[in-house]
Design a protein around this ligand. Structure first.
Ligand SMILES: [Zn+2]
Ligand SMILES: [Zn+2]
Length: 376
């Protein structure tokens, strides 16, 4: 029971994890064990726990190998820590979960034919994106750190991780909702002549155009979120992060997510871009949305007037007077220079992030309720 309490505390603690005590390796082993456990559940119930659009694009055998590797790695780490008495309670937690995963069939669970069109949560998307993002972005952040002393498990990481989990799990619902809304609201605007022209464009021209169109919509939507008080209630949640890193961008109210996606996808749908171009856009937006928040000292020299960099978006999150309601673009910085909303500061990086007055509460559920409760 005492060990369970300690595990519980771990998800709430705010301190930095120090190397040399089996804590960091223990957390890695436990995280991998949790992902393996979720993975085995997804093997058993693919119709409810995997994303139809996503599962077409990966090979299940590769997933099995990946899971086997993770099981072996997490198992060895926790065994070593148990034997050496390093944070034994943590290692035992991971080990128990690995045993449970193996008891449920581990990486060998056969996947039979299953029904399509069932309601689902995107567990596979969550597992793969969490693995991929942590590996890629923590590596980049260590290599090009802006704030070198900011730990990976910095204050309020739990809140942002909670947003990350929920946003990923409901990806299916969000896709469905935005798809329906886009077709219902903007179906009338589709024109065969324009769509034919767009589909014949050179791939790179089309990618440039899709990002430009998406960012133009994103710019004005984002600006409205700042300038219309009712919308600011939703967007304030995103701005309440006080530590910028790859996880910080996940903090976003779910309604904002749906509204913005619908509005950005509308012109993309109306203009009729090809699947390859849309896929390229999804990769670009997926990377940039995370990277722009990352704890990296990337400014790109003169290119920063063209492309949105972490520096550009960090300023958007700054509490400085000179930066309030500025730097709205998500891809092309020149949009803000064009519309006169670019931050002009003689300092390179902002000092403090967050909402002036710090009135947004911490915690996922409180932030979900915040727009409806705030009396400001
Ligand atoms: Zn904003
Ligand atoms: Zn942001």
């Amino acid at each position: 029971m005492k060990d369970l309490d300690r595990l519980n505390q771990l998800t709430e603690s705010h301190g930095e994890l120090r190397p040399g005590h089996g804590m960091i390796s223990g957390v890695i082993a436990l995280s991998l064990a949790i992902l393996c456990f979720l993975g085995v559940l997804a093997f058993h119930f693919p119709e409810y726990l995997t994303t139809p659009q996503l599962r077409k694009s990966y090979n299940v055998d590769v997933m099995r190998q990946l899971m086997l590797g993770a099981l072996v790695l997490a198992g060895s780490i926790s065994l070593y820590n148990i034997i050496r008495g390093r944070a034994r309670w943590l290692a035992l937690g991971a080990f128990t979960l690995i045993a449970l995963t193996l008891a449920l069939g581990g990486h060998k669970v056969p996947v039979n034919d299953f029904a399509d069109g069932t309601p689902y949560i995107g567990l596979d998307w969550f597992i793969l994106d969490l693995l991929g993002s942590t590996l890629i972005f923590i590596f980049i952040e260590k290599l090009f750190a802006l704030r070198k002393h900011q730990p990976v498990f910095r204050p309020e990481w739990q809140t942002d991780f909670h947003h990350f989990i929920v946003n990923h799990m409901i990806v299916g619902f969000v896709l469905l909702a935005t798809n329906l809304l886009v077709h219902k609201l903007f179906g009338w605007a589709a024109n065969d002549g324009v769509r034919g022209w767009v589909q014949n464009l050179n791939f790179f021209v089309a990618v440039f155009l899709i990002v430009l169109v998406a960012d133009l919509v994103q710019y004005w939507t984002h600006r409205a979120y700042h300038e219309v008080p009712l919308l600011w209630r939703l967007h304030a949640v995103h701005h309440s992060v006080k530590s910028m890193d790859w996880l910080a961008g996940s903090r976003q109210h779910i309604l904002e997510l749906i509204i913005t996606r619908t509005l950005v996808l509308a012109p993309i749908y109306v203009l009729g871009f090809s699947k390859e171009v849309i896929d390229a856009y999804i990769i670009i937006v997926g990377f940039q949305a995370v990277f722009n928040h990352a704890n990296v000292s990337v400014r790109l020299g003169p290119l920063r007037y063209v492309i949105v960099t972490p520096n550009f978006h960090h300023w958007h999150h700054s509490q400085d007077d000179a930066a309030l309601d500025k730097n709205y673009a998500a891809h092309f910085a020149f949009l803000d220079h064009l519309f006169g909303t670019a931050v002009k500061s003689d300092r390179e990086w902002p000092e403090r992030y967050g909402v002036l007055g710090d009135y947004v509460p911490n915690g996922f559920l409180r932030q979900l309720a915040f727009p409806f409760r705030w009396k400001g």
